[in-house]
Design a protein around this ligand. Structure first.
Ligand SMILES: N[C@@H](CCC[C@H](N)C(=O)O)C(=O)O
Length: 268
């Protein structure tokens, strides 16, 4: 099976081109591919299918030729991945499957408009974040309160007093399963300076990752909320680099680098 490897601010993905949706991808297979010792190693899999080859997103087939079937490293099936869709767009354009310029990608979280920018970054219209209230996480015995934000997938974004670099994110942080019955992506951030935040994330289904696009937007929303703002451009520093989030009244945009670094043959 042909595969490619790519990343967006070190949130890394194995890309599996499968236009007709012929591949069987049970969770154990995805987990084996993502294993960093015995597999290729990745935070998740971008399964590239023609939208019309999938029953799941049939309603998007008239608007988007390609469907990003995203899987977490543990094999779980996911609605949306912000960095993933940017790497997905980079792959489609570099493979000649989409023209540079703006085009739509189908996801379980709805249609996403992507664009390769003049500076080479990939930007995606992430839609309107939905703030659903407050909730609490526990990390190493410390409780942090944050905002529950729906980005198509669930997030809890918490501003914290101690430097995020000092946190131990080697274990699953605690969360309220009554609020997050399917799990949650947990962002911990320090607001630093004017519309800037330093963020770390513990992703549902993948553990700590070096970046998370949906999480960066959730962090920008929570940081803006703290600052008494609802619009503006936020710089989000993650362990793997730097993302830019623009909040508008009716939508949000995520921009940053997205690269393909390797390709090869994978035997399952
Ligand atoms: N890294 C992604 C988010 C991937 C999905 C997430 N782990 C979930 O389960 O919702 C991003 O860049 O948004």
């Amino acid at each position: 099976m042909r595969f490619l490897k790519g990343h967006g601010t070190e949130n890394d993905f194995v890309i599996l081109p499968d236009p007709d949706g012929a591949l069987d991808l049970p969770p154990a297979t995805v987990a084996a591919i993502c294993d960093r010792r015995t597999g290729i190693g990745a935070d998740g899999v971008l399964h590239v299918m023609r939208t019309k080859a999938s029953h799941e997103v049939a309603d998007q087939a008239d608007s988007a030729e390609w469907f990003m079937d995203y899987r977490n490293a543990d094999g779980s099936v996911v609605e949306m991945c912000g960095n993933g869709v940017r790497v997905f767009a980079r792959y489609l354009v570099s493979a000649g499957l989409a023209s540079p310029g703006e085009f739509a990608v189908a996801t379980r979280g709805g249609l996403k408009l992507v664009r390769i920018e003049a500076d080479g970054d990939v930007r995606v219209d992430m839609g309107k974040p939905v703030v659903l209230g407050e909730s609490v996480t526990t990390v190493s015995g410390h409780e942090f309160t944050g905002l529950h934000i729906d980005m198509g997938n669930p997030h809890l974004a918490c501003a914290i007093g101690e430097p995020v670099v000092q946190l131990d994110l080697g274990h699953q942080p605690g969360f309220d399963p009554g609020v997050f019955p399917t799990g949650v992506n947990i962002e911990l951030f320090n607001p630093v300076g004017q519309r800037r935040a330093v963020m770390r994330v513990f992703e549902r289904g993948s553990g700590e990752t070096r970046s998370c696009g949906t999480g960066a937007v959730a962090t920008a929303v929570a940081a803006a909320h703290l600052a008494g703002e609802s619009t503006g451009t936020w710089n989000i520093d993650v362990p793997g680099g730097h993302l830019t989030v623009t909040l508008e009244e009716e939508t949000s945009y995520l921009a940053g680098p997205a690269v393909i670094i390797a390709s090869g043959e994978l035997s399952l």
